[in-house]
Design a binder for this molecule. Structure first.
Ligand SMILES: C[S@@+](CC[C@H](N)C(=O)[O-])C[C@H]1O[C@@H](n2cnc3c(N)ncnc32)[C@H](O)[C@@H]1O
Length: 261
């Protein structure tokens, strides 16, 4: 692992604290992997910024993983690993065919600067993120933890803003399948019992940032609603659905993807 002086943002400390065991709960989902792979097809060299444990990296490409968290990079199986933050990438202009950033931009201390860095070091960009302006919201927020709304709206930029910063040519919606394997918060929209598992909650920065004093009473209410059948009565309509668009988007820019000029 190579170290760079950049990237000691607070989110680094967060993932050094909560990142252990990430790979057990955050298993890459094959449907999201296919979407990202298509966007990156043709890229021979790829930098994965906020790489964590290396989910969604394209097979066959030469991938350089960048992350400011040592705990996360230690779980990354690759050989090219650089300890650094998105805000100051230790690479020359145009080093890579493509840059990817999956569920990480909301952790950056300076999102715009990080996105400018993606454009500087690579000829194409694929960024997977969530749109805070989207509705519907997950029932967990509306009914149990409205505190999530304040937290997430503070750290996620709108998709329009991110697309504009990248000069994107394509924005692809990704409805979340009911059996999505990558255990970030939204994965369990049809499997509410999962939220009661502290191991599942540990893999989500949202729960870590809210803290147990906020989360635990809400989980007790959810536990009671599941036991009484109240949750299932309220959400009978959701239980028959295969996927729901909760506002997750792949933003593609530059010289990659089917929309590249
Ligand atoms: C939710 S994880 C996503 C990891 C991986 N991309 C994935 O899809 O599984 C967010 C990652 O962003 C990293 N991160 C936090 N601050 C960062 C920064 N300033 N620059 C780059 N990555 C950062 C964290 O250390 C963590 O590994």
């Amino acid at each position: 692992m190579t170290a760079s002086s950049a990237g000691s943002a607070p989110a680094t400390a967060l993932y050094d604290r909560i990142g252990a065991g990430y790979r057990d709960v955050r298993r890459p989902d094959p449907r999201l992997a296919a979407l990202i792979r298509d966007a990156l097809s043709g890229a021979r060299t790829v930098v994965n910024v906020g790489a964590g444990a290396g989910s969604y990296e394209p097979e066959g490409a030469e991938v350089t993983a960048v992350d400011p968290s040592r705990v996360m990079l230690e779980q990354h199986p690759g050989r090219r690993k650089v300890l650094a933050g998105a805000e100051r990438l230790p690479f020359a202009d145009g080093t890579f065919d493509a840059a990817m950033a999956v569920l990480t931009v909301h952790h950056w201390s300076d999102r715009r600067r990080g996105l400018t860095e993606l454009r500087r070091v690579a000829r194409g960009q694929a960024v997977f993120t969530w749109d805070p302006d989207h509705s519907p919201e997950l029932w967990l927020i509306e009914e149990y933890l409205p505190e999530i709304r304040t937290l997430e709206h503070g750290r996620f930029a709108s998709v329009a803003e991110t697309a504009e910063a990248l000069g994107a040519h394509t924005v692809v919606p990704f409805p979340i399948p009911h059996d999505f394997t990558d255990g970030f918060q939204i994965a369990y929209w049809r499997r509410p019992e999962a939220f009661l598992d502290p191991v599942v909650r540990q893999a989500s920065s949202t729960f870590a940032q809210l803290g147990p004093a906020v989360v635990e009473p809400a989980m007790e209410r959810l536990r009671a609603d599941l036991a009484s059948g109240a949750w299932h009565r309220r959400h009978a309509g959701l239980l028959g659905r295969e996927s729901v668009d909760y506002g997750y988007r792949l933003i593609v820019a530059g010289d990659i993807g089917p929309g590249a000029g």
